[in-house]
Design a protein around this ligand. Structure first.
Ligand SMILES: C[S@@+](CC[C@H](N)C(=O)[O-])C[C@H]1O[C@@H](n2cnc3c(N)ncnc32)[C@H](O)[C@@H]1O
Length: 312
C-alpha cells in the first residue's frame, strides 16, 4: 500500500508554533505525517488525533501505543468537541485540518476514489456510513447531480454527464469506477478529452465531496475549531481545491476584517470584536521542489489564523 507524504510539513509545524506543554488536535491524522512532527515538539502537552477512516486509525495503533501524550479517535472531525468535553478540555493551543483524501485511500482500488483503477463506486471515508457514490448516482435527480458536478468541481459538462447517468440507470445502474469513467468519456467532446488532466477528475471529486459531505462539515468544524482556540492558539488548514479554500478564506476574512478594510460598512466588525489575526496575509503554497517530489501537493493551500483575544 502507498504511504502518505505529508504536505507543507515544515510550514505547518512552524506555523503552529508548538508549545511543549500545549494541547494540539490533528483532526485529519491520516498516516500521522504531520502528527509525528507535532508530537516531537511536545514535552508534557497532549496530541489528540482524529480520523473517520478505520484504516488510518488502525495503521497508527502501534505508533500511539509508544507515545503516551497521544490518543486516537475514530470519528468525523465535526464531533471533536464531544471528546474535549469528555476530557474536560476547555481550550486548545493548536488545530490542524489537512483536508481531503490521503494517498492510501486514493491508491486502493476497492475504496473507489480513483478513476485510474477499476473498483466499486464507494468513496466513503467512513465505511460505517451507508451512502456510497453508487447510491448517489442511483438515487439523485438530474438537477442534484448537475449541481454536484458544477458546484463541487466546476465541471463544464455537468448537465450532459448528469443526463447520461440518469438515462443509463434506466437500464443498468452504474456500479464500478471504470463504468463511470467510460460514460464520462462518451459524453465529453473530443476537444475536451484532448485537454490536460483526466476527463473524469472533476466528476470523481464532486462525487467524493457529496458522499462525505465535505463542504458542510468543513463549515461546521471551522466554527467550532476557532471557538476552542486559546489566546495565541492557532488553526492551520490545508485545502486542495478552490471550493474548500474559498470557504476557509472567507471564514478567516470574516473573523479578521477590521474597520478600513475593503468590505462594505455592514460587514465591519468593531475593532474590539476582532479576536483573530491571519498569521500571513497571503496563503502559503508548496515550493517547486515539494511539488516535483510530491505531485499531490500541487494544489495545496495553507492558511493559518491565530486567536489574539479571548471570547467575551
Ligand atoms: C490528506 S489526509 C491527511 C494526512 C495526514 N496529515 C498525514 O500526514 O498523514 C486527510 C485525512 O483526513 C481524513 N478526513 C477527511 N475528512 C474527515 C472528517 N470529516 N472527519 C474525520 N476525518 C476526515 C481522511 O480520512 C484522511 O485520512
Amino acid at each position: 500500500m502507498s504511504e502518505h507524504q505529508p504536505v507543507l510539513l515544515t510550514e505547518v509545524v512552524n506555523g503552529l508554533q508548538i508549545r511543549p506543554n500545549g494541547i494540539y488536535l490533528d483532526l485529519t491524522i491520516g498516516r500521522g505525517g504531520h502528527a509525528s512532527q507535532i508530537y516531537q515538539n511536545l514535552k508534557t502537552g497532549r496530541l489528540l488525533g482524529f480520523d473517520q477512516d478505520a484504516t488510518a486509525i488502525s495503521s497508527l495503533q502501534s505508533w500511539v501505543k509508544q507515545r503516551p501524550l497521544a490518543s486516537l479517535y475514530h470519528m468525523n472531525f465535526q464531533y471533536f468537541p464531544e471528546i474535549l468535553k469528555q476530557l474536560g478540555v476547555e481550550k486548545v493551543d493548536g488545530i490542524l485540518l489537512d483536508l481531503g483524501v490521503s494517498s492510501p485511500q486514493f491508491d486502493v482500488p476497492e475504496r473507489g476514489f480513483s478513476y485510474r483503477f477499476d473498483g466499486p463506486l464507494d468513496m466513503r471515508m467512513d465505511q460505517r456510513q451507508s451512502t456510497t457514490a453508487a447510491h448517489i448516482l442511483a438515487t439523485s435527480d438530474l438537477k442534484t447531480l448537475t449541481q454536484y458536478f458544477r458546484e463541487y468541481a466546476d465541471e463544464t459538462f455537468a448537465y450532459p454527464i448528469a443526463k447520461a447517468i440518469v438515462n443509463q440507470r434506466k437500464t443498468q445502474l452504474l456500479k464500478t469506477t471504470l463504468e463511470l469513467v467510460n460514460l464520462i468519456k462518451k459524453v465529453k467532446p473530443a476537444k475536451a478529452l484532448a485537454k490536460k488532466g483526466h476527463p473524469a477528475k472533476q466528476v470523481f471529486q464532486a462525487l467524493r465531496m457529496a458522499v462525505n459531505q465535505e463542504l458542510e462539515v468543513l463549515k461546521k468544524v471551522l466554527e467550532s475549531a476557532t471557538s476552542y482556540l486559546a489566546v495565541n492558539g492557532r488553526l492551520a488548514v490545508i485545502s486542495f481545491h478552490s471550493g474548500e479554500d474559498r470557504i476557509v478564506k472567507q471564514y478567516f476574512q470574516s473573523l479578521t476584517v477590521s474597520q478600513g478594510q475593503r468590505h462594505g460598512p455592514e460587514r465591519y466588525l468593531p475593532v474590539a470584536a476582532i479576536a483573530f489575526k491571519k498569521v500571513k496575509p497571503y496563503p502559503m503554497l508548496p515550493t517547486q521542489k515539494e511539488m516535483q517530489e510530491n505531485h499531490r501537493s500541487e494544489s495545496a493551500v495553507l492558511r493559518i489564523i491565530e486567536r489574539i483575544i479571548d471570547e467575551k
